[in-house]
Design a protein around this ligand. Structure first.
Ligand code: LP5
Ligand code: MN
Length: 240
């Protein structure tokens, strides 16, 4: 079957076994028929190092390993929660890590794939935070802390994030339109696919049907999957 699937913002964790099950069902019932599966960030609620294994991380790795071994390639772009997913875990899953902003030829369409957080430039405090935690030496230091300390720091960051987010407007939390149009022009994109904002929609940034920005939904309430074939893009739930 000529189809590719795109998912993001699943936020899987041991606290949400229902969503882990939904992901496993999606893999078993749909992904095996695909040309490729693309995971565009925030597969996990939080990730503090490949050495910190959880029931969820191991279950997901097993499912993806089986899928990739069957011949379906799986690609991963990190999100703002799981940017510390490393080579070791990708290998365990058999998935390929892609750069933060990746351009692919999707059945003839020049398509940029990204998590999306990098385009939320009005959120200045977040961008400052992002630059800091993406520094190699900061990550190196963090990953050399004991597991318990890493988990505690991540919990504190999550709590702070929730607090900060309450006072941010919708406008600040969304992508900046110029960030989108600049990329479309610079890379001569037909499509852009991203997640992060949890506002699933298909936008036409130039009022032209051939150019589309497709925003994936999250998996908090139900699963959100983008199905792309040479003819169509369908943004709906997984067929569960
Ligand atoms: O995640 P979500 O949806 O709640 O909000 C995001 C932004 N928040 C984050 C933080 C994450 O939730 C927590 C990540 C845990 C990662 C675990 C690994 C830790 C490793 C650290 C070291 C390598 O991404 C939120 C955005 C929102 O999306 C919408 O886009 O607004 O941004 C924030 O809440 C950030 C605050 O606005 C700013 C915090 C000030 C920090 C100042 C710099 C300090 C740097 C410290 C470095 C150790
Ligand atoms: Mn995100």
């Amino acid at each position: 079957m000529t189809v590719s699937y795109f998912i993001a913002d699943l936020h899987l964790s041991d606290e949400r076994p229902d969503m882990v099950r939904a992901f496993l069902r999606f893999v078993q019932e749909q992904a095996y028929q695909a040309d490729a599966l693309y995971i565009l960030g925030d597969l996990f609620e939080v990730w503090v190092g490949d050495d910190l294994r959880t029931t969820t991380s191991q279950t997901v790795a097993q499912a993806l390993k089986k899928l990739t071994q069957s011949g379906v390639p799986c690609y991963f772009i990190c999100g703002n929660r799981d940017f510390l997913v490393g080579k070791r875990y990708c290998k365990q899953c058999g998935m390929t890590m892609l750069p933060d902003e990746t351009i692919i030829n999707l059945y003839g369409r020049q398509t940029m794939l990204l998590h999306g957080d990098i385009m939320c430039t009005l959120d200045e405090s977040y961008q400052k935070f992002r630059r800091m935690v993406h520094r190699r030496w900061v990550q190196w230091l963090f990953l050399h802390l004991p597991k318990r300390a890493r988990a505690n720091i991540a919990n504190r960051m999550r709590a702070n994030s929730k607090r900060y987010n309450q006072s941010k407007s919708d406008n600040i939390m969304d992508v900046t339109p110029e960030q989108v149009t600049t990329r479309f022009k610079h890379y001569q994109l037909d499509w852009m696919i991203h997640g992060h904002t949890h506002r699933p929609a298909i936008h036409h940034p130039f009022n032209d049907n051939s150019q589309q920005r497709i925003v994936l939904g999250d998996w908090y309430e139900h699963s959100s999957v983008l199905t792309v074939t040479p003819e169509h893009a369908d943004l709906s739930g997984a067929q569960l």
